[in-house]
Ligand binder design. Structure first.
Ligand SMILES: Nc1ncnc2c1ncn2[C@@H]1O[C@H](COP(=O)(O)OP(=O)(O)OP(=O)(O)O)[C@@H](O)[C@H]1O
Length: 306
């Protein structure tokens, strides 16, 4: 299924070793109006198959089944968002301003130590092993379970996993922070990240428009020069469908597949994940995942674009 969607809707993993604070932080963000998915609750409500591992005192989730349900959910959320903004006519600056309100931020924050397997952006909460041990001891876990988690935190298991799944990875060390500080950090980070992805996407869309002007012209030779084909995505974020293209260009482009209309670049929903395909001059390509230690107010976001 082809799906040109602009502005972007992001899913960001809030991940980390058990005890690093994902649930508490996510709940506080949710109370402020951010969109949060608690994956453990989702697994129960969707009846995702889970096997019990008694020896390790944990549950093993059927990841294929989880992915399928999650991608459906993600798709619904994205469509809700698209419906909401469909009739808004905002400039880029006005749109960014609009997203400053937590409920308007087009981000779904997915909270779980498995979340990074489902998202391509990740915020990893980190805690010093000694701090983590204290928190987990307080939960009444067995010594073996506490040790396993503390060791996993000490050797960066989740962080390393994030590099396998995500294109951008951010760490927040909350060992000596108050929980309210961690919440502020995550907020600052996800807004900045959204803005950065938006601008990146905007430049990608401009490139796409340039290419589409040529592509549409050569495809529809019967379109007269006095009424040339218009860009698929106009300034602002008007065109999301073939009908939109028709409205903008006044041309009936019904016989051109949307994938081709989108020109040499297609934004494809593939198993729920948005992927960017085609000859787009590496506009959205990042060859290596980016890891940043997040320092509130100190990060230079311009460095993230290249
Ligand atoms: N700066 C902080 N950030 C986050 N949590 C903190 C912080 N300081 C103390 N905590 C406490 O650490 C505990 C973390 O527990 P929480 O259930 O949120 O972790 P979790 O990562 O969601 O674990 P699990 O994966 O087992 O659900 C909470 O009791 C929280 O109040």
């Amino acid at each position: 299924m082809f799906h040109s969607s602009f502005p972007p809707f992001l899913t960001i993993a809030l991940t980390g070793t058990p005890g690093t604070g994902k649930t508490q932080v996510a709940k506080l963000l949710e109370a402020e109006g951010y969109q949060v998915l608690h994956l453990t609750e989702f697994i129960c409500s969707c009846k995702i198959p889970v096997e019990r591992d008694d020896e390790r005192d944990c549950n093993i989730v059927d990841m294929d089944s989880l992915e399928e349900s999650f991608f459906e959910y993600q798709k619904e959320k994205r469509h809700d968002f698209e419906n909401k903004i469909q009739n808004m006519s905002l400039s880029d600056d006005e749109f960014i301003q609009h997203t400053k309100q937590p409920k308007n931020l087009p981000v779904l924050l997915v909270e779980s130590h498995l979340a990074h397997c489902l998202c391509d952006l990740a915020v990893v909460l980190r805690s010093h092993p000694a701090v983590l041990k204290e928190r987990l001891d307080g939960r009444g876990y067995s010594e073996k379970k506490v040790q396993e988690n503390v060791l996993s935190e000490a050797i960066d298991i989740i962080l390393c996993d994030c590099f396998d799944y995500c294109r951008r990875v951010y760490e927040i060390d909350n060992s000596s922070q108050k929980i309210s500080d961690t919440v502020s950090c995550v907020k600052e980070l996800i807004h900045a990240l959204y803005e950065d992805e938006f601008l990146k996407f905007r430049s990608f869309v401009s490139q796409m428009n340039e290419k589409n002007k040529c592509k549409c012209k050569s495809k529809k030779q019967n379109i007269s020069d006095s009424n040339p084909a218009q860009p698929v995505v106009s300034s602002g974020f008007a065109a999301k469908s073939r009908q939109d293209v028709k409205n903008i260009s006044g041309q009936d482009l019904e016989d051109i597949p949307l994938a081709e209309l989108a020109g040499t670049i297609s934004v494809i929903e593939e198993e729920g994940v948005v992927v960017y395909e085609g000859d787009y001059d590496d506009a959205l390509d990042e060859t290596h995942p980016v890891l940043m230690k997040y320092i509130p107010g100190k990060n230079d976001w311009s460095g993230l674009v290249d």
